[in-house]
Every structure is written in structure tokens, then in C-alpha cells.
Design a protein around this ligand. Structure first.
Ligand SMILES: Nc1nc2c(ncn2[C@@H]2O[C@H](COP(=O)(O)OP(=O)(O)OP(=O)(O)O)[C@@H](O)[C@H]2O)c(=O)[nH]1
Ligand SMILES: [Mg+2]
Length: 360
């Protein structure tokens, strides 16, 4: 069975940190020590692309940041639970020039690339809106308000321009609001602090953006801090120090599961919408199927995952218990459970607790 396709779109202006994040994300999760700890690994589908990302990371190690991006790039990663020969999920990740959100295209070719690229971003399941940590640090609340207003206007404009051209744009169903360059903030600053500031200082702008995205229930309740490298203003870049890079894949997976649960709940309320109920769970079922060919009843398994990754579990599970559950699962050859426990643990360990916060 082909892997489940998961499309992830990072929305961020020029210089927000999209390209560096991609290099750090790839590098971290291809390390042998990572596989040992988390029971999964990722691999670039296209090896040349994988090497390009590693090349970028090695240049970061030498203190050189990438140039601003000039074109749309789709990078595909396969996600392998440990010891399984077949990938369970294929992650599609997009990188593109952030100035597309700010400037007019330079020529007709770029106009086409831009239109097509932004439509692809919109069709992704999970959206990450990247707030530029350096700007937030220097400009404070005004920057966050500007970001929400500007992004809402751009999305609105994209929707209208597309409608005029006969396309209908959609926007991701699930969202994470992430602050990049978190290394520029004090060590005790957490995603919870960021959430507090955003809800306290930019609630009006946030509400407007939610309305434009038609995501009142899916935007503005997951917050992250991300630091791809440590780059203090007057010292050398340290690519060995990051924050949240390893929390990101678990956060994306949990967002996807939560989206399916919410859809299922909504459909159940309507009763008649039995089809949608299973539609909403279809992705998950495929994910499960691809991990284990010898499933008991499909929907039992799905309910097992839903129970497993339920919010209650996330809020209460202790990391040592999760670690133990993962080791047990590995011993019994239950790779799927091992990956899930590994992911939930990544949200609950010290790094995960600082880097990820869900407020509702
Ligand atoms: N302190 C710190 N600085 C970072 C980090 N990531 C990126 N930067 C800085 O931000 C700059 C821009 O990062 P990029 O990843 O190239 O930004 P981008 O979003 O891809 O920008 P475009 O390609 O123009 O859209 C880098 O050159 C670094 O100076 C980080 O984790 N910490
Ligand atoms: Mg870039």
C-alpha cells in the first residue's frame, strides 16, 4: 500500500527562517541517534535533494546561511517507523521565496510559479505560520498584529484572485503558529508565554485571520517555538543547538489526528453523515494499514489510536511512562505503538514542553 501523503506548508515572509528550518529538520531526523531515541526516521525520496539539504546544513556548520530562496521547491520525505522496510507516511514540504507574500512578481513566469505555488500551499493539510522571532524581538506586539493583518489580507487577496481565474483556493485544515529564531529569547521563554502574549495583545487581529482562513476552530490554539540553530547576535552560529525541530513532526501528526477527530465528531453530530465520518478517518486508517498488514478490525485500531493520542493522554502522560511503553512496544515488535509513544513523549519531554503549547 502506498504511504499516506501528508502535505505541510510553512507560511512565512522573506527571512522568517523557512529554508534554514527545512535543513535543520532534515538533518536532525536522519541522525542515527535520533532513530534510536524516537523509533522512526525520515529519508528524502530524492537522494539528490537530501544531499542538497545536508549541504545547506554543513554550510551552516561553517557559519554560512543560505541565500534567500528564488523558486518553489517541493521536498518529499518518507517517514519510516524503525525496522520497517516500507514508509508509513510521505511528507511533502514546500520551500519558496517568502517575498511572494510581500512583493509583486518580477515577470509573467514568476507570476505563474507564484500562483501555482501558493495554491499548493493552500491545499496542504497542516499549515505552519512562521512569525519571525528576530522581528518580534525588536518590534514586539506591533509585529504580531502586522503579521496577522498582512497574512489575512494576502489570503483574502489570493482567494479573490484565484476565484477570478476560476480556481478555488482552500487553506490548511489544521494550523500551528510558530515563532522562529527562538534562540534570541531568554532560555525560560516558552510556547506558553508566546501564546499568552499573542492572545493578550493581538486577539482582534487573530480573530480576523481565523475568519479569513475559515479556521475558527483550527487556528490560534497550537503554538510553537522553533530555533533551527543558535545564532546569537555577536557570536558564532551553533547548528548543534536547536529548539522544537524534533517536536515539529509529532506536533504535525497530532494536529492531523485532532483534525480527523474533530471532523468525525462533527459528522457524528449530524448522524446522517456516516460517509464523512469514515472519510475523516480514512487517512489514519491508511496510515495504520501501511504499518501493519495483519490488522484486526480496522476501526478498532483507529479508535485505539484516537484514544491513545487523545488530548487527555497528552495532558497527563508522564514521559518516563511513555518511554517505558515505547520500549515494551519495541520488544513486542509493535512498531506503530512505538512510534506513537515516541512522538507523544517528544511533546512531553523538556524540549517538547517548552516548544509546544496547546491552549484549548
Ligand atoms: N537566530 C537565528 N537566526 C536564524 C535562524 N534561522 C534563520 N535565521 C536567520 O534568518 C535568516 C533567513 O533565514 P532563511 O531560512 O533563509 O529565511 P527564509 O524564510 O527561507 O527566507 P526567503 O527564502 O527569503 O523566503 C538567516 O540568514 C539567518 O540570519 C535561527 O534558528 N536562529
Ligand atoms: Mg528561503
Amino acid at each position: 500500500m502506498p504511504p499516506l501523503d501528508l502535505h505541510v506548508a510553512v507560511f512565512g515572509a522573506s527571512g522568517a527562517g523557512k529554508t534554514v528550518l527545512l535543513a535543520a529538520f532534515y538533518r536532525a531526523q536522519t541522525q542515527p541517534a535520533f532513530q534510536q531515541e524516537y523509533a522512526y526516521k525520515i529519508q528524502a525520496v530524492n537522494k539528490a535533494q537530501g544531499n542538497r539539504l545536508l549541504g545547506r546544513f554543513y554550510r551552516l556548520e561553517e557559519g554560512t546561511f543560505p541565500e534567500g530562496s528564488t523558486r518553489f521547491d517541493e521536498i518529499e520525505f518518507d517517514f519510516f517507523p524503525r525496522d520497517l522496510p516500507e514508509p508509513a507516511v510521505r511528507i511533502h514540504w514546500y520551500d519558496y521565496p517568502g517575498r511572494w507574500w510581500e512583493e509583486e512578481p518580477v515577470d509573467a513566469d514568476e507570476r505563474d510559479a507564484m500562483r501555482e505555488g501558493l495554491l499548493r500551499l493552500g491545499m496542504s493539510q497542516v499549515g505552519i505560520l512562521l512569525a519571525d522571532g528576530a522581528k518580534y524581538r525588536s518590534e514586539g506586539t506591533a509585529y504580531i498584529r502586522w503579521l496577522f493583518e498582512h497574512f489575512a489580507d494576502e489570503c483574502d487577496r489570493l482567494r479573490r484572485a484565484s476565484a477570478a481565474a476560476g480556481d478555488e483556493v482552500s487553506f490548511p485544515r489544521e494550523w500551528i503558529l510558530a515563532l522562529s529564531k527562538a534562540d534570541l529569547f531568554p532560555p525560560d521563554y516558552s510556547a506558553r508565554d508566546f501564546e499568552r502574549e499573542v492572545c493578550r495583545d493581538a486577539d482582534e487581529q487573530l480573530a480576523k485571520l481565523c475568519a479569513v482562513l475559515r479556521a475558527e476552530r483550527a487556528f490560534g490554539h497550537r503554538f510553537m517555538l522553533l530555533s533551527s540553530v543558535a545564532a546569537p547576535p555577536d557570536a558564532q552560529v551553533d547548528p548543534g543547538t536547536s529548539l522544537g525541530v524534533r517536536t515539529l513532526a509529532p506536533a504535525i501528526l497530532v494536529s492531523t489526528v485532532e483534525g480527523a477527530v474533530r471532523e468525525a465528531q462533527a459528522a457524528r453530530k449530524e448522524k446522517s453523515a456516516k460517509e464523512t465520518f469514515f472519510e475523516g478517518l480514512r487517512d489514519l486508517v491508511q496510515f495504520v494499514d501501511s504499518v501493519d498488514d495483519f490488522l484486526p478490525k480496522r476501526y478498532q485500531i483507529v479508535s485505539k489510536i484516537l484514544r491513545f493520542v487523545s488530548l487527555k493522554d497528552l495532558a497527563t502522560a508522564r514521559v518516563d511512562r511513555l518511554r517505558k511503553a515505547r520500549e515494551d512496544a519495541l520488544r513486542k515488535g509493535d512498531t506503530f505503538k512505538a512510534v506513537l509513544t515516541g512522538m507523544v513523549a517528544a511533546l512531553r519531554n523538556d524540549e517538547g514542553l517548552r516548544a509546544y503549547h496547546q491552549n484549548q
